[in-house]
Design a protein around this ligand. Structure first.
Ligand SMILES: Cc1cc2nc3c(=O)[nH]c(=O)nc-3n(C[C@H](O)[C@H](O)[C@H](O)COP(=O)(O)OP(=O)(O)OC[C@H]3O[C@@H](n4cnc5c(N)ncnc54)[C@H](O)[C@@H]3O)c2cc1C
Length: 410
C-alpha cells in the first residue's frame, strides 16, 4: 500500500506536524481552511507587533514538501463508510485509505447571552487584527484633553477567562494601552478587567508559576475578578455576577478566552465521544472501531497523557503528531502500531510586552530573561528547519520590540 491515500483534515499543530512527520509515505493530502499554519502561543506577540504574521503563520506551501498535496478548504462532511470527505465548494469528494482528523477547537461561549454575537474571539490572525484595530479606534476617539476618569472609562476592555490565554492577552493589552496613553499624552490609565469563574488565576498551572502571574497582573494594573460569572455580553457592556450580585460594566470590547469546544465537523461525526464531544481514541490514537482513522489534538480524548494540564495544548498535539505519523506508516506497511505516553514539556507564559515566565525543571525564569527564553523555546518549536532559521535570524537581527498602537503596517 505505498500508494495509500492519506488525507489529513486540519493543518494546525496536530495535522501539519503529522504531514511533516510522514516524510513522503503514501500519497498525502492536507486539507485546511486557511492557507497558513498558526503558531498560536505567539498570537499575543502578533497583537502587540512583537512578531510579524510571516514569523508565526507561514504558508503551507512554504512548509510542505512537493510530495504533500495541499487543498485549502473547509471539510463539511466525513463519510466513514464510503471513506471520503467533502470539501466546501468542490463537487468531487476526496477518497482516503487512511484519515487523520485534526480540526482543533473553536471558541466555546457556553451559551452566555450575547457572547457569540458581541464578544471577540482570539484564536486566529484575523481576530488579533480586529482587536488591535478596536483598541486603536477607541484610543483615537479619546479627546487629548479628556479628564482621567473619562479616558479610563473610554479605554475599558474586558477579557473573559483567566487561564493562560486570558492572562497573556490581558497583560499584553494593558502594556500596549498604557504605552499608547503615554505616547498620546492622555491623562489617567486604561482599564483592563479579567473575569474568572474559579477562585484563582491560571487554575490549571503550577503554584510556582502562579505567583509570578499574579505579580505580573498586579504590576500591569490588570483588574482581576475571580469567582465571577459572565451573565451577558452586549455591544458596549458586559454583565457579571459575583456573590449573587449582578453588575453591568461598560466596556469598549469584550474578548472571550473562556473556553474551547471541538470543531463543528466533529459534532456531526458518528464515532464514540465523551460528554464534552471529544473523540475517544485508543492509545495508538486510532478512533475506536475505525482502525484506519486517527484523531489527535484538541478534538481527541486520549488516556496516555501524564498530566491533565496537557489537555488542549499545542505541546500535546505536537507530540501526538509524531505518534500518528509513525502509526500511519506502520498501518500502511502492515507493522504493529505503537503507543506512547505524552509528557509535559514545561510551561511558558507571556506577561506583557517586557516579560514572560518560563517553568522548566521546577525553576521559573521570569522578566526580560524569561521573555528571551520563551522566544528561544518557541523558535525551536516552529515547523521546519528552514522556517526556524529564517525566523530566528529575523528575531536576532531585527529584534522583537512591540509596535505602538497606531503604527500600522500596510
Ligand atoms: C491564542 C492561543 C494561544 C495558545 N497558546 C498555547 C500555548 O502557549 N501553549 C500550548 O501548548 N497551547 C496553546 N494553545 C492551544 C493550542 O493552540 C491548541 O491546543 C493546539 O493548536 C491544538 O492543535 P490541533 O491540531 O488540535 O488544532 P489547531 O492547531 O487549532 O488546528 C486545527 C486546524 O484545523 C483547521 N480546521 C478546522 N475545521 C476544519 C474543517 N472543517 N476543514 C478544514 N480545516 C479545518 C483550522 O483552521 C486549523 O488550521 C493556544 C491556543 C490559542 C487559541
Amino acid at each position: 500500500m505505498s500508494d495509500a491515500r492519506i488525507v489529513i483534515v486540519g493543518g494546525g499543530f496536530g495535522g501539519l506536524f503529522t504531514a511533516l512527520g510522514l516524510g513522503g509515505v503514501g500519497q498525502t493530502t492536507l486539507i485546511s481552511e486557511e492557507d497558513h499554519f498558526l503558531f498560536t502561543p505567539l498570537l499575543y506577540e502578533y497583537l502587540s507587533g512583537e512578531v510579524e504574521a510571516w514569523h508565526i503563520a507561514p504558508r503551507y506551501k512554504e512548509l510542505l514538501e512537493a510530495d504533500v498535496r495541499f487543498i485549502q478548504g473547509r471539510v463539511t462532511e466525513v463519510n466513514l463508510s464510503a471513506q471520503e470527505v467533502a470539501v466546501e465548494g468542490r463537487a468531487r469528494r476526496i477518497a482516503y485509505d487512511v484519515l487523520v482528523l485534526a480540526t482543533g477547537g473553536v471558541t466555546n461561549y457556553a451559551g452566555v447571552e450575547g457572547a457569540a454575537e458581541h464578544a471577540l474571539p482570539f484564536r486566529k490572525l484575523a481576530h488579533a487584527d480586529q482587536l488591535r484595530l478596536r483598541m486603536i479606534d477607541v484610543l483615537d476617539r479619546i479627546p487629548p484633553d479628556a479628564a482621567p476618569q473619562d479616558a479610563r472609562q473610554a479605554a475599558t476592555f474586558a477579557v473573559v477567562g483567566a487561564g493562560a490565554s486570558g492572562v497573556e492577552l490581558s497583560t499584553k493589552m494593558a502594556d500596549l494601552l498604557r504605552d499608547a496613553f503615554a505616547r498620546r499624552g492622555l491623562q489617567g490609565t486604561p482599564r483592563v478587567i479579567v473575569i474568572e469563574m474559579s477562585d484563582r488565576v491560571v487554575p490549571t498551572m503550577d503554584d510556582e508559576i502562579r505567583r509570578h502571574v499574579e505579580e505580573a497582573l498586579r504590576s500591569a494594573g490588570v483588574e482581576v475578578h475571580t469567582q465571577t460569572t459572565v451573565r451577558r455580553v452586549a455591544p458596549g457592556s458586559i454583565t457579571v455576577e459575583h456573590g449573587g450580585q449582578q453588575q453591568e460594566i461598560e466596556a469598549a470590547a469584550t474578548v472571550w478566552t473562556g473556553g474551547v469546544r471541538p470543531s463543528p465537523l466533529v459534532d456531526r461525526l458518528e464515532v464514540e465521544k465523551n460528554r464534552n464531544g471529544l473523540i475517544i481514541v485508543e492509545p495508538t490514537l486510532q478512533v475506536r472501531r475505525h482502525a484506519n482513522v486517527f484523531a489527535l489534538g484538541d478534538i481527541a480524548l486520549c488516556q496516555t497523557v501524564d498530566s491533565p494540564r496537557l489537555v488542549g495544548t499545542a505541546q500535546l498535539a505536537y507530540q501526538q503528531a509524531g505518534l500518528v505519523a509513525a502509526n500511519v506508516r506502520a498501518l500502511i506497511e502492515r507493522r504493529p502500531l505503537e503507543t506512547r505516553r505524552f509528557h509535559e514539556l514545561g510551561e511558558a507564559v507571556s506577561l506583557g510586552t517586557e516579560r514572560a515566565a518560563v517553568l522548566t525543571g521546577g525553576v521559573v525564569v521570569d522578566g526580560a530573561l524569561g521573555r528571551q527564553a520563551r522566544f528561544a523555546l518557541y523558535t525551536s518549536r516552529l515547523p521546519t528547519w528552514h522556517h526556524r532559521l529564517r525566523v530566528g535570524a529575523s528575531w536576532f537581527f531585527e529584534g522583537t520590540a512591540p509596535r505602538p498602537l497606531s503604527l500600522e503596517r500596510h
